[in-house]
Design a protein around this ligand. Structure first.
Ligand SMILES: [Zn+2]
Length: 79
């Protein structure tokens, strides 16, 4: 673990739900799940629990499957 205090100018990182790589937030696309559907939150305006996916064809193609797994594992109620 790097020392948090000496890491002042660091870029926030998020994990892609498909490949589980932690990368620069700016390289990821944020989305939320509304009624079990993927809604891309391009302006980060939707105040719901957000998820992130790489901005790459590979991850975007697999996104639907990954989301299904998330929904199943969380027993998502569509709140
Ligand atoms: Zn990815």
């Amino acid at each position: 673990m790097p020392n948090r205090l000496s890491n002042a100018g660091h870029i926030p990182q998020r994990m892609c739900v498909v490949c589980r790589t932690k990368i620069d937030k700016k390289k990821l696309i944020r989305f939320v799940l509304l009624n079990s559907e993927i809604v891309f939150d391009l302006n980060c305006k939707i105040e719901k629990r957000g998820y992130y996916v790489c901005n790459s064809n590979d991850c975007l193609q697999k996104l639907e499957n990954s989301v299904k797994k998330i929904l199943r594992s969380r027993n998502f109620n569509g709140r």
